[in-house]
Write a protein that binds this ligand. Sequence first.
Ligand SMILES: Cc1cc2nc3c(=O)[nH]c(=O)nc-3n(C[C@H](O)[C@H](O)[C@H](O)COP(=O)(O)OP(=O)(O)OC[C@H]3O[C@@H](n4cnc5c(N)ncnc54)[C@H](O)[C@@H]3O)c2cc1C
Length: 571
Amino acid sequence: MQVIRSPKVYDVVVVGSGAGGGIAAKVLTEAGAEVCMLEAGPVWDQARDGKMLGWPYESPRRGAATERPFGEFDAAWGGWELAGEPYTSAPGSQFDWFRARMLGGRTNHWGRISLRWGPDDFRRASLDGLGDDWPITYDDIKPYYDKLDEFVGIFGTNHAAQTGLHNEPDGKFQPPPLPRAYELYFKQAADRLKIACVPSRLSILTRPLNGRAACHYCAQCGRGCTTHSNFQSPTVLLPPAMKTGKLTIVTDAMAREVLSNAEGRATGISYVDTRSGEERTVQGRIVVLAASACESARLLLNSKSARFPNGLANGSGVVGKYLTDSTGASLSGFIPKMVGMPNHNEDGTGGMHLYMPWWLNNVKDKLPFPRGYHIEPGGGRRMPGFGFMGGIDRHPGGSGGGYGKGLKDEYRRLWGATIGFAGRGEMVANKDTYMDIDPNVVDKWGIPVPRFHWKFGDAERLQAKHMMETFTALIEEMGGTVLGRIPGPEQDYGLAAGGRIIHEAGVVRMGNDPNTSALNKYCQAHEVKNLFVADAGPFVSQADKNLTWTIMALAWRTCEYVAEQRNALAI
Ligand SMILES: Cc1cc2nc3c(=O)[nH]c(=O)nc-3n(C[C@H](O)[C@H](O)[C@H](O)COP(=O)(O)OP(=O)(O)OC[C@H]3O[C@@H](n4cnc5c(N)ncnc54)[C@H](O)[C@@H]3O)c2cc1C
């Protein structure tokens, strides 16, 4: 095989350009390092490729999903299935692996729900005896959450004192947008049921920041943001890194393995140029993996040598273990009181303006499961997408469809009278849930692919049951009825399959003991001192909150450490 070697030796090679990789590029270049970023996908140019203001009728398919699972206009080149890039699940297991293949990764189209984790989330084992504590505390990561709040921008409110929820720490927020009518309505129900309901925390600007405009409320955040008002790595993190003149971005570059030498140091990355199929290498004094948790674990497991026969940095055997995703279940309801609402101002962002953080105490409230979940409500009269109201005939208040003027009047009457609640909760890592490398399957570049092993426990099922009970109570408290059948035990109470919530984490975990963790408290490989991981791979546990704000805060902390230690590490 002919390999094209780049003669230049960079200070740092970063793999991946999403949430973690974008932070790495910004922090390291601003600290003076020459960085080469490898990205498997092509350039996504928001102005050229984005469809922020497109109407569904501008598409021959009315915007329906094609190969993009969230619709044709969604800013995702990627999905759970990628042509030529398979993965496998062990018999009896199901794990669906979502990957974006584009500059900026999944940050181009994610939900921007940016929840700062609390002190308890880093020490759950001390509190309930399950899993492990992190080797860092909330105080270690707090300054980086603050930096993110201030640099990236986030709206929300400080509500810890008002709600008494000590694990919902304060941050540095821009003012939140006002709640919309349906949000005020479910808040009343939540208040009566004593469920905390507070302004959301989304990384969308409501005030101009660092040359970026405030949101103009087109509510199409999933299509990427042409005014750069919401957070995407290519519009927020990569521009300052490019401005330093120290960032080289190589797109269409699929990393195959981390190269290392006989002394046990990483020396660079071998990758495939996906346009030409050429095998190339790039050299670096330090390597930072931010290819997303399972891809970083895959790279390490595929980087075998005489010195590292189980894969790089895997002397402990933990790489690939402790895989988790958030738990997820949802239910929607029909609310007769919201039928035939007069037209009114529904201005707002593409996400929820109010949400419900975890409000209970497992011990005091005698819950039959550990850990918790938050609730993401959805509803209102946003721009209809493809298939919207396709289920009109199922509405208890509907007349069963029709055509012509009658059907249009029916749509107007019922539009906005449904509400949905989605729970996102904490899964506890278990020994049956992990990934390894499938010995028999390779992708189109000949790179061995991951094989997933997945099992939920009763803890997750009972959490989903509780979600169903809570959502039903909320819908009924609003005077509504549940749409469809409430899933029972035979359907795991609607618990989404592993990977469906797209919060995979934990497969290159950090810890103080090199026998039970791959990375130390700076996300530095115990066995390879110039190798770091800056995605959700290092996570020791999940939380009842989404994880990306923590990926970014941790990556910032890791890369500040890399920058401080650069000279010592690069010897
Ligand atoms: C529809 C959707 C909604 C979401 N909503 C939320 C939300 O509201 N809140 C939240 O906290 N999280 C949310 N998430 C999850 C969030 O997007 C991820 O947690 C986050 O993007 C992970 O960051 P990352 O840098 O690890 O990976 P990514 O953002 O996926 O970036 C990884 C990059 O690495 C590249 N790459 C992969 N393999 C290789 C390789 N071998 N060589 C070179 N490059 C490679 C990929 O192409 C990609 O560009 C959502 C995700 C999706 C898909």
